[in-house]
Design a protein around this ligand. Structure first.
Ligand code: SAM
Length: 183
């Protein structure tokens, strides 16, 4: 019995260590992947998210889509604070996608460029300007198809589109005022 334990204990320690390394590699690979697809996985400030959703008039009836939804925090805030029931996120990176599934947020593992925005009311995007620029044609077409659709982009403006309204909000993480753009 003691001999068995002497073998089992180190084997368990090694297994635990390897699992930890595997887990860290998974998070690291996911972070590289987010960077590679164009936007790092960074959560936005709660107040900025709330003001963005308010600016876009998000309500119970809104169909809200978050392009690059990370761990789904924005969608959960909309559900909690604005009672929104129709929410959907698009996220490619494995780690934030896994987290959003863990939180039971409705998320599709698909590129934002293939997102179906046809019947949505509000599109939320917290992405870097270069990615927003690539999306601007898709947004311009969507606006023609559905003039009532609102696109809200905290912090970064979308090159190629003219905002309908811009408000300023204090960002705790950045320790400065940022703009929120409504299109
Ligand atoms: C800055 S985070 C925003 C997270 C969340 N929307 C928020 O505001 O807290 C951007 C997210 O977009 C995802 N992303 C970047 N490019 C993508 C693409 N082409 N398709 C799907 N997701 C993408 C990244 O993996 C990352 O999780």
């Amino acid at each position: 019995m003691i001999n068995f334990l002497i073998i089992l204990f180190p084997a368990l320690i090694i297994l635990l260590f390897l699992s930890l390394i595997g887990f860290l590699l998974f998070i690291l690979a996911s972070a590289f992947y987010s960077d590679f697809v164009g936007a790092p996985y960074i959560q936005n400030d709660d107040k900025v998210i709330k003001e963005s959703l308010k600016l876009a008039n998000v309500s119970k009836k809104t169909k809200l889509i978050d392009l690059g939804s990370g761990n789904g925090k924005v969608l959960r805030m909309a559900e909690k604070d604005f009672k929104t029931t129709n929410t959907l996120g698009y996220e490619l990176a494995p780690w934030p996608y896994f987290l959003s599934k863990l939180h039971k947020t409705k998320t599709i593992r698909k590129s934002i460029f293939d997102a179906d925005l046809d019947d949505c009311d509000v599109v939320y995007v917290y992405l870097l300007p270069k990615l927003l620029k690539k999306l601007s044609d898709k947004f311009a077409k969507l606006k023609i198809q559905n003039p009532k659709v609102k696109i809200v982009s905290p912090v970064f403006k979308i090159e190629g589109l003219i905002p309908k309204k811009v408000i300023d909000c204090y960002h705790k993480g950045f320790k400065k005022m940022v703009s929120i753009y409504l299109y």
